[in-house]
Design a binder for this molecule. Structure first.
Ligand code: CDM
Ligand code: ATP
Length: 289
């Protein structure tokens, strides 16, 4: 049997870091939403009981280090499944970009093998398991728009933003999340107003959302990689309604309501960056098992 799962990228509309915890992680408040830039996951059941990974991308490991492998292994162990699975990853989301590509692949595998192996676990159970793989996996299990707290694994659903264009540009560098969190100095940090962002989402106020975007990690990554600041400036000048770095970076996104402006931003970045995307937000979808 073979099934498919879509694994969409996320952007952080706001990302606040509150304090460093005793376990080494940081307590965060993040408003995240999924966008229509997605990997495609193909799952084929294997009677041998093995978990195998295939991908045409040279940037992702095709062994136990792949987050998708870890997701399948966790499900197999937790629910004592004899069957195996071959996981083919069509990689469209840039890697180490701040877009949760690996986390979304892992979440898609959790959802996918749940169906493939007839496990019937709830999304809450999958999210709890996913949190063992990485801080962004729980959010990626549900998708849509949500507030993520704790180290990112506690999810509260939110209304999705009004439809708009999201133009993304990734400079040709990869960023390690751990390095950025380590370089963060909380005394000098800038904090977004999460409450105001949530209020703007509840009101469906696009310009209110644009006014509240903010990311505590942005200054840290920008100091290490000047390309982030340069892309932000270029997007602003080309008429973006809001501009922000996603996650720990280095991808920068802009929110744009008008088609013509979105095209202008896309075209102005195309000569500057190899990886530029113009996509829609993905609306909130109620998912049940
Ligand atoms: C920056 C974000 O992408 C925003 O969505 C996430 O917070 C990162 O999520 P992720 O890539 O799933 O990160 P993880 O694999 O869980 O953690 C990678 C490393 O980032 C640091 N980390 C991550 C999350 C968090 N709340 N505090 C941290 O300090 C830790 O050093 C950790 O070892
Ligand atoms: N399926 C996968 N897709 C992408 N990267 C993977 C995958 N599995 C493991 N990795 C490894 O994870 C690292 C981070 O990749 P990823 O694309 O998830 O980063 P990211 O977009 O910055 O994530 P986040 O926004 O959650 O911090 C890479 O170095 C990559 O080798």
């Amino acid at each position: 049997m073979q099934i498919f799962e879509k694994a969409p990228a996320k952007i952080n509309l706001s990302l606040d870091v509150l304090h460093k915890r005793n376990d080494g992680f940081h307590e965060v408040e993040m408003v995240m939403t999924t966008i229509d830039l997605a990997d495609r996951i193909e799952l084929t059941s294997l009677e041998s009981g093995k978990i195998t990974i295939e991908s045409e991308s040279r940037f992702v490991p095709n062994d136990q280090r792949n987050l998708a492998y870890r997701a399948a292994k966790l499900m197999k162990d937790q629910y004592k499944v004899n069957e195996g699975v071959n996981i083919f990853i069509e990689k469209n989301i840039p890697v180490a970009a701040g877009l949760a590509g690996g986390s979304s692949d892992a979440a898609a595998v959790l959802r996918g093998v749940n169906r493939l192996w007839n496990i019937h676990a709830s999304y809450d159970e999958l999210a709890e398991l996913g949190a063992k793989i990485g801080s962004d996996v729980a959010f990626c299990v549900y998708g849509g728009t949500a507030l993520a707290t704790g180290r990112g694994e506690k999810i509260t659903k939110l209304p999705s933003p009004p439809p708009c264009w999201v133009v993304l540009a990734k400079p040709s560098i990869g960023v390690s999340t751990q390095t950025i969190y380590q370089a963060l100095s909380l005394e000098k940090a800038v904090h977004p107003n999460t409450e105001a962002m949530i209020k703007a989402l509840h009101m469906g106020n696009f310009y209110g959302i644009c006014a509240e975007v903010g990311n505590t990690l942005e200054n840290v990554t920008m100091k290490l990689h000047e390309e982030v600041g340069q892309i932000k400036e270029q997007m602003r000048q080309a008429g973006a309604d809001a501009v922000l770095m996603s996650g720990s970076g280095p991808t920068v996104f802009s929110l744009v309501s008008q088609d013509a402006r979105a095209h202008r931003i896309y075209n102005s970045l195309k000569g500057f960056c190899e990886e530029v995307y113009m996509v829609r937000m993905l609306g909130y979808q109620e998912k049940t098992c």
